[in-house]
Design a protein around this ligand. Sequence first.
Ligand code: B12
Length: 211
Amino acid sequence: MDESLKAVYTAILDGQHKASAGAVQASLDSGVAPAAILNEGMVAAMAEVGRLFEEGEYFVPEMLIAARAMQSGLAVLKPHLVEANIQSVGKVAIGTVKGDLHDIGKNLVAMMLEGAAFEIIDLGSDVSPEKFVEAVKNSGAQVIAMSALLTTTMPNMKTTIEALKAAGVRDQVKVMIGGAPVTQKYAEDIGADGYSQDASKAVALARSLVG
Ligand code: B12
């Protein structure tokens, strides 16, 4: 791995948020592609954090400080991932489902969609089905994007789709879902309109849903 990418990876793994921002900037300055910094440095570090947590070497506080370091690195990277586009191609209301506080993946998807000229309504994390329904009714979103990182909160994607149906707005909106435990099969099972594995594929998916 490139030395500057290694510094990004290590800063996030060790939860050093100032070092993370500095290392991302240094990588950019030395000409590393933003997508490589994101995927090989940052996302890889978060995957390792997850592995260490699973093995009982990291606990919630370590995950939290790693997440904070990820976020400060992302703030530096964002302008390089998001090109300026002027005309909105569609409106997406995005949120992490009820009971789930993981928002890094959701924020990345929002960032990439914004860069592809989608208008984003960010509902945050721990978003109830009612809040998603409200967003469809009040904001004119054409797409709902739901994120879940826990196997225990994934079913809230289904609950949200049911709430959209009960409110009579399911056919006004497309639903796309994602997050580490989510699969294409799960999307089909719960009647979502699309699934994608990562943030860049989410852009192509959103385009196809509004197109
Ligand atoms: C950071 C982290 C935390 C942080 C979150 C901080 C934050 N602001 O987000 C904190 C410390 C709060 C946390 C808490 C917990 N966590 Co946690 N966490 C993680 C960790 C290490 C990284 C997640 C992450 O940010 N990844 C990086 C991003 C970029 O990846 P991503 O989210 O997958 O997103 C990408 C794709 O999935 C996709 N995507 C994501 N969303 C969407 C949406 C759409 C529409 C689309 C199309 C695509 C898409 O695109 C993204 C970019 O490419 C994971 C480990 C892992 N391997 O995922 C565990 C993990 C998710 N956590 C886990 C657990 C158990 C917990 C806790 C229950 C721990 C506890 N005992 O309290 C709590 C639950 C809190 C809650 N109610 O939500 C488990 C889940 C196990 C399971 N099977 O359910 C994991 C897998 C760790 C592990 N290996 O055991 N966690």
